[in-house]
Design a protein around this ligand. Sequence first.
Ligand code: XIL
Length: 471
Amino acid sequence: MKDVNAHRKRRAGSRARLLLGAACTVAIAVSSVAVATFAHADLTGPPGATLKAAAERSGRYFGAAMGGDRLSDQGFLTIANREFDMMTAVNEMKPDATEPNQGQFDFRAGDAIYNWATQHGMRVRGHTLAWHGQQPRFWGSLSSSSLRAAMIEHINGVMTHYKGKLAYWDVVNEAFAENGGRRSSNLQSTGNDWIEAAFRAARAADPSVKLCYNDYNIENWTYAKTQGVYNMIRDFKSRGVPVDCVGLQTHFTGGSSLPGNFQQTLSSFADLGVDVALTEADVTNASTTQYAGLTQACMNVPRCVGITTWGVRDSDSWRGSENPLLFDRNSNPKAAYTSVLNALNAASTSVPGTSTPPSTPPSTPPVTGQPGGCTATYRLVNPWSGGFQGEVTVANNGSTALSGWTVLLTLGGGQSIANVWNGVNTGTSGTVSVRNATYNGSVGANASTTFGFLANGSADTAPGAISCTSP
Ligand code: XIL
C-alpha cells in the first residue's frame, strides 16, 4: 500500500503539461457516441480475439488511460484502437487541467482525447472532478466556504461542457484515509457533507452520466478503508444521494496484491445498488495470476461493468519501472494479456440489461409503413428519479435512401424534453417533433440512425404514438 503513495510522490512533480496547440480547433464529436450502449451480450458467442471483443461478450467494456502526448504515438494508438472500447484521460480532465484559473475553463486537452476516443468508437470515463490532488492553484488560497462554492462551480462548468457525452464521471476521487475515516484535505475541511454536495451538483449538471466514487486500497473487504467507503455508499443510497458506481483503482503492488476476497468486495458494493468497475488496474510485474484473478472477480459479479488498465504499454505507466501493464515496450502482448483475455472470454455472468435485445415498451410499438418508409423505435437508456434518457432509432426499411426524416412522439403528463442531440426538436411536451440534424438526414437503404434526448419526469410511461415520416 505504501508503494502506491510512493509512486504518487515521485510522479507528482514530473507530470507533463498538456499538449494544446493542434487540438485547439478540434470540435466535440458526435455526442451520442459516448453514451451509446454496446451490442448485446452473448455468452454463447465465439470467444473475442481482442480485449474489447472478449469483454463485450458479457456486456462489459475494457478500457485504458491515455495522456494527451499519446495522441501522436502511433504505436499506442494502434493498440488502443484495436483492443479498447473505453478511454480515460490520465490527467487532462482533472481539476487543474480543466480550470487553471477561477472561472476560466480549458477543455482543449480533454477534448482532444475525447474526440480521438469517440471517433474510434470508444466511450469515455471522466476522471476526475473533486480530489485532494492536482487541484487548480487558486483552490489553495480560498476560504472553506469559497472553496466549497468553487468546487460546485467546477463541477458545473466541467460537466456542462461534457453533458450527455460521457459514460461515467469519477465525481470524487480518493476521499478516504487508510484508517477508514475521511482523508484530511482542504475539501474535507469545507464540511463532512462535501462529497454528497459534489454528487448532488453532478447529477443536476448532467443527469445522463453515471456518477462514481473512485479510490485505491479498497479492494480488500476486511480493510478499514474499504469499510469506510462501503458505509458511505450505503448511507448515500439510503438517503437518496445520487451515486451510481464505485471505482476500485486496483493498483496492485508488492505491498498490496490481489486479495482473496476481492470478489466479495465487488459483490458487496454491487449489492448496495451501484455498478462497480476496476478503474486504474496495474500489477507489479504484470503477474498473470493476479491479472487473471482480478478479471475473474469482475466477470463473476454481474454489476462489475468493466476494467480499465492505467495505460497500455509498460512505457505508458506511471509505475513504469515495475512493468505492470498488459503490453511490453515493443507493443507486444504479455502473458498477462492472454490471462486477461481468457478470463474475459470465460465470463459466466453478463451485465444486467445487456443480455436481451432492448425491448420496445408495449405502449410504443414501432409504427411501420409510414409514407416515407421510415420507422421509429423508442428505447429507454437510463432512468433516474425525476428524469430519464431516451433514444429513438430511425430505420429506413426501404430500398432507397431517405433524404431527411421527422419523428413525432407524444410525451406523457409531467414529462418534458430537456435536451436533444443528433436531432432538432420542436416543442418539449405533449406531441414533440424531432427532425434530423444537418448531418444525419441521409439514411441509406436498410440503414438506421439514432437521436437521443434527456427528459424530465418519470420514465415509467414510455413516450407514445411514435411515428416517422420522410419527404
Ligand atoms: C496519476 C497519473 O498517472 C500521473 O501522470 C500523475 O502525475 C499523477 O496522477 N490515482 C488516480 C490517478 O486517481 O489520477 C493517478 O494518475 C494515479 C493514482
